[in-house]
Design a protein around this ligand. Structure first.
Ligand code: URA
Length: 187
């Protein structure tokens, strides 16, 4: 089975998933989107209202900023893969509960296993905390690369925090340049 087939089978499983109650409140599952042949996966927290409506990750206002950030380093959505820690929208955009994150986690691990990215970019503290729980607060580690179990990670602020804050926005654009640098260095 090739990567595209594997990822689309996984998406079918996510669509039918009832491992936690989030599916009951969501309009659509949001398994992830992009290229399975990419070097970098971006991982956010969970779908918001627009993502829930469209079944696609990062299509709301944070997603528009993500598009700009990608473009600033010469990338398009189709060059990367974008996913979330949880695949159904938590009602009212609350944080996902630990048991919801736990139930959904194997899907993300399988996406990573299929795609085998050079770099996983953790967007925001929830994503970072799940992959690298002991690394420290995102305010201290953003823009830095880490290696764990032979996998490279980069910590970045979540685009949503930069929407109404010019200084986070500037930091995000600066940090994004480090993605390019990291990808050149990673074998
Ligand atoms: N925020 C996220 O963490 N993920 C999305 O898909 C959209 C907004």
């Amino acid at each position: 089975m090739d990567k595209d087939e594997s990822i689309s089978l996984l998406a079918d499983e996510v669509k039918a998933c009832q491992k936690c109650p989030l599916y009951k409140f969501a309009k659509n599952p949001v398994p992830g989107s992009g290229s399975v042949n990419c070097e970098v996966i971006f991982v956010g927290e969970g779908p918001g209202e627009k993502e829930d409506e469209q079944g696609l990750p990062f299509v709301g206002s944070a997603g528009k900023l993500l598009d700009e950030l990608l473009e600033s380093i010469g990338l398009k959505r189709a060059d990367v893969y974008i996913a979330n820690i949880v695949k159904h929208r938590p009602p009212g955009n609350r944080d996902p509960k630990p048991e919801e994150v736990e139930a959904c986690w194997p899907y993300l691990l399988r996406q990573i296993e299929i795609i085998k990215p050079k770099l996983i970019v953790c967007l925001g503290r929830h994503s970072l905390g799940r992959f690298l729980p002991t690394i420290g607060p995102i305010s201290s580690v953003h823009g830095r690369c880490f290696k764990k179990s032979n996998q490279h990670f980069m910590a970045l602020y979540h685009p949503a925090v930069a929407l109404y804050n010019g200084s986070y926005r500037k930091t995000l654009f600066e940090d994004f340049k480090k993605i390019k640098i990291a990808l050149k260095k990673i074998k």
